[in-house]
Ligand binder design. Sequence first.
Ligand code: NAD
Ligand code: MG
Length: 302
Amino acid sequence: MSNIKVKNQYEKRNPLDQYPKPPFPRQPQSAPGSVNKMNPLPDHGEESYQGFGRLKDRKALVTGGDSGIGRAAVIAFAREGADVAFNYLPSEEENAQEVVKLIEAEGRKAIPLPGDISDESFCKKLVEDAVQGLGGLDILVNNAGRQTSQQSIEEITTEQFDNTFKVNVYALFWICKAAIPHLEPGASIINTTSIQAFDPSENLLDYAPTKSSIVAFTKALAQQVAEKGIRVNAVAPGPFWTPLQPSGGQPQEKVEQFGSSTPLGRPGQPAEIAPMYVLLASQEGSYITGEVMGVTGGMMPA
Ligand code: NAD
Ligand code: MG
């Protein structure tokens, strides 16, 4: 299948035709998956994202920054002038090294920090290493997540349920707790939730409630740290073309039709959600806190 590479994100065009539409080929890969095994290859903004200095000299930590939505946010942050530390699983080193090159190509500092965030002590170390490597912290993006499709509650083991909550919810709590003492007024925390928080699918019985938890956590924390001048928001993606989906996040028959039920008729590409992370991270978002920003191709329920 041909890859559509958008040259820049600012030219007017029809969003219906901007990127590949289903059907897609079946393409199973094992979790956590690699962007390089996806067909068509995703667009993370490598050739299209243009920075305007909106995050000049900011210091950002992004989890799940090797691929997908996190990679697109990292590219955008670096192009907007930020230094970026990012976390990923050790098995994702190849994708992570590609991201290091993309950050360094912008003349910004790249700090790759591999490790498993289902472990509390690693989460504390992650924040410490990021703060030390960057010389502070202004932006925290809790974006890592796991998603494993199961058709029936009987197929969901306690181990799966527990690990999905550890990675998607506990880690976010541990990382925020470790990071907040380092944040100064003007800092921004951005959590990746999902349309699944509001419109859960039958095959995501453990995952969808983690995403609702992230919404409630975001709104509560936003109220708590407002007096410190720290903003906290969530981004709720609809279907995005990332390794999470073909690596067990959806059955292959859903991968074939991925994005077809949105009004725009196709999945989003990671490059199409990065601007939301930039807005929430930058001072342009100064009056936005405790919000959930949908980027769903028209699917977000009212
Ligand atoms: P992705 O696979 O590219 O990114 C997810 C990342 O999570 C992985 O790269 C991996 O580094 C990280 N991760 C998973 N388990 C981990 C662990 N134990 N320790 C450390 N890191 C771990 O997929 P993505 O779609 O870009 O996912 C990013 C976020 O977007 C996730 O929170 C996901 O739930 C959310 N989301 C995705 C979609 C979608 O359709 N792709 C829709 C809604 C929400
Ligand atoms: Mg990955």
